[in-house]
Design a protein around this ligand. Structure first.
Ligand code: SF4
Length: 342
């Protein structure tokens, strides 16, 4: 599982880098504390504690600060608060919905698509999203990314290497720099893609040093961030995304369509696209939920997704319109859904 037992960098003192480390280490992990902090009904505590035994709660302070106190339906809270529904088995939902375990070619390497490979660069995450399709995934080994890079150095690498996890920006700035240098030295690698929720969860993670390493990387760097609701992009996150935009060839967002979070009407998704673009981020994918155990209560069916997407298409310019997609285990590519069919 994407546990919270992975090493959080040790808290430090004054610099920007140390601030993100403190925020990471100080993330709330107890449902009782989150409920108390937000003034939520005490009745939520016991079921949250039961569900958290299956997948622990983890939410950092900057993300909590964007929630509405006293509102159990807050769209950010819903993404992180464990609920009773997670403990119920639902037909069609499983531990490894995309059959990724079978695609692991080494301890930290996944070969999913042609021309790309995925390095599980870190085992943990800045926050635990209850709908995460890797919520039961065995964590990548600490330092496993070095083993994955060694395997690529030995066997050859595709044109694009994706750093994923967990969240690769849990690595220190020095480790990110080492990773970029080693990837750039591999024959044939043209791009590195970094999948991260950090700029939204802990905006201070986008440090001056990280920006410099990305900016100076001798290969193209693409960041793929993850936000599902416009309320996730406050001033600090927007600033972090803007700095990332300045250092990367492109910054893209992938969102998940989630019941009770962003499925109320197309206006919510349109506001997300607008806010992302103001911060220099292009909306890239809107995913239908992967059927992972414990997340069935988030499901939005494909027909509803298509209706929302069509309304979105009528209200946004094409470059702000994410592609509505779903993944199937073993498929060679994502399926793009359109009103006339895939
Ligand atoms: S969605 Fe991303 S940040 Fe959230 S738990 Fe999954 S891997 Fe971690």
């Amino acid at each position: 599982m994407l546990t919270d037992t992975r090493q959080a960098p040790k808290p430090g003192g004054r610099s920007g880098a140390e601030r993100w480390q403190r925020e990471l280490a100080g993330a709330v992990r107890e449902p009782a504390e989150l409920i108390r902090r937000l003034g939520l009904p005490e009745t939520l505590r016991e079921p949250a504690e039961r569900a958290a035994r299956l997948f622990p709660l983890r939410v950092p302070e900057p993300y909590i600060a964007r929630m509405r106190p006293g509102d159990p339906e807050d769209p950010l809270l819903r993404q992180v608060l464990p609920l009773e529904a997670e403990t119920e088995a639902v037909a069609g939902y499983g531990a490894d919905p995309l059959a990724e375990q079978a695609q692991r070619t080494g301890s930290g390497l996944l070969q999913k698509y042609h021309g790309r490979c995925l390095v599980l660069a870190a085992g943990g995450c800045p926050m635990h999203c209850r709908y995460c399709f890797r919520r039961t995934f065995p964590a990548a080994d600490e330092g496993g990314w070095r083993a994955a890079l060694a395997q690529l150095e030995q066997e050859g690498a595709p044109a694009e290497v994706i750093l994923s996890g967990g969240d690769p920006l849990l690595l220190s700035d020095a480790a990110v720099a080492e990773c970029l240098q080693r990837l750039a030295a591999l024959d044939g690698v043209r791009r590195v893609r970094i999948h991260t929720r950090m700029p939204v969860a802990i905006p201070a993670r986008v440090t001056t040093a990280l920006v410099r390493h990305l900016d100076q990387a001798p290969l193209q760097a693409v960041a793929v961030v993850h936000a599902n609701h416009p309320n996730e992009i406050g001033a600090e996150a927007a600033d972090a995304l803007g700095r990332l935009h300045g250092a990367c060839t492109a910054v893209l967002n992938q969102a998940v369509l989630l019941r009770g979070v962003n499925d109320d009407d197309a206006a919510t998704l349109a506001a997300l696209s607008e806010r992302l673009f103001e911060a220099g981020v292009l909306p890239y994918y809107l995913h239908l939920l992967d059927p992972v155990s414990g997340a069935a209560h988030f499901d939005v069916d494909a027909a509803t997704g298509l209706r929302l997407w069509t309304e979105l298409a009528h209200s946004l310019p094409g470059y702000l319109l994410p592609r509505l997609v779903r993944e199937a285990p073993g498929a060679a590519a994502k399926e793009v859904l359109t009103p006339s069919g895939p």
